[in-house]
Design a protein around this ligand. Structure first.
Ligand code: C2E
Ligand code: CA
Ligand code: CA
Ligand code: CA
Length: 277
């Protein structure tokens, strides 16, 4: 057993070393991918209670030369650790602004574009970059929405409030992503300039079958309404979920049932069709 233990330790060590060197290599690849402009944005529509599209969430993909289109789960964490997320975040915001312009050109004004912001990006530089982007692209600030997580608010609340106020003063709005998975109370949230809560997919999944999840969604929606914060449900995949949420006056919904994340050129005809109805 002792011997086995030692072997295990050795193999753990070499796995650890392998893990580190894989990571170092991935960081180098990601840096190169930024240089080669291999990151692309896809967009997922959000709909209001009348089933009209009201926003697009910008979601990044890595168009890898050998491995194909990679989801963010495969590279965002390493981008966050290595600091590359700052440059990647700039590119994504830029894409969002450019595509807002396309929407207007295609006769679809008034939709919001949302981008995800990692805690590692949430600093003075973000304020500067958002300001610059709005000016450079003549993006109406109220068309831009930043999605942040509860975790970010809890890390350093005073600093978060300060930065959010500066950005909100520009006219940009905030939503809290994956809501319900962190530990913040809604009363506490009132201190932050928040426009929307996006109820995490995990609570939406079992609506209709899991009473606890239904109770969680119910209380989030009810309290948010009382506090005058809009609610969004993400991960809506079934008509049952949609009807349940609509019956509770959810403000907006997003999910595979209504539209998957897709390239802008594919999304455009879909948006035009929805608006014609
Ligand atoms: P998220 O912000 O919670 O984004 C929603 C995720 O749920 C997306 O995964 C989307 O494809 C997926 N989704 C939407 N509707 C449904 C549905 O009905 N069913 C299911 N099963 N999934 C649905 P995706 O694109 O793989 O993104 C994963 C996460 O990566 C995002 O989660 C976000 O945290 C992060 N991410 C994506 N793009 C960016 C970015 O540009 N910057 C940063 N910092 N993070 C990003
Ligand atoms: Ca999001
Ligand atoms: Ca989310
Ligand atoms: Ca999520």
């Amino acid at each position: 057993a002792k011997r086995q233990g030692r072997n295990r330790a050795v193999s753990f060590q070499s796995e650890f070393v392998e893990g580190v060197s894989r990571r170092v290599q991935l960081v180098a690849e990601l840096r190169q991918a930024l240089e080669r402009d291999e990151f692309v944005a896809v967009f997922q529509p959000l709909f209001d209670s009348d089933e009209r599209p009201v926003a697009l969430e910008t979601l990044v993909r890595w168009q890898h030369p050998e491995r194909g289109l990679l989801p963010p789960g495969e590279f965002i964490p390493v981008c966050e650790e290595s600091g590359l997320i700052v440059e990647l975040g700039r590119r994504v915001l830029d894409q969002a602004a450019r595509h807002y312009r396309r929407l207007v050109d295609e006769g679809l004004p008034g939709l919001r574009v949302a981008v995800n912001v990692s805690p590692a990006q949430f600093n003075d530089e973000l304020v500067r970059h958002v300001t610059e982007t709005i000016q450079r692209h003549s993006l109406p600030p109220e068309a831009l929405e930043l999605e942040i997580t509860e975790g970010l608010l809890m890390q350093d609340p005073e600093r978060a409030i300060e930065l959010m106020r500066q950005i909100a003063a520009l006219g940009v709005s905030f939503s809290i992503d994956d809501f319900g998975t962190g530990y913040s109370s809604l009363a506490y949230l009132k201190r932050f300039p928040i426009d929307r809560l996006k109820i995490d997919r995990s609570f939406v999944r079992d609506l209709g079958s899991d009473e606890d999840d239904a109770a969680i969604c119910n209380s989030i929606i009810g309290l948010a309404q009382a506090l005058d914060i809009r609610t969004v449900a993400e991960g809506v995949e079934t008509v049952l979920q949609l009807d349940w949420l609509r019956a509770r006056n959810i403000d907006e919904v997003q999910g595979y049932l209504l539209g998957r994340p897709m390239p802008f050129e594919e999304l455009l005809p879909l948006l035009l069709r929805y608006l014609e109805r």
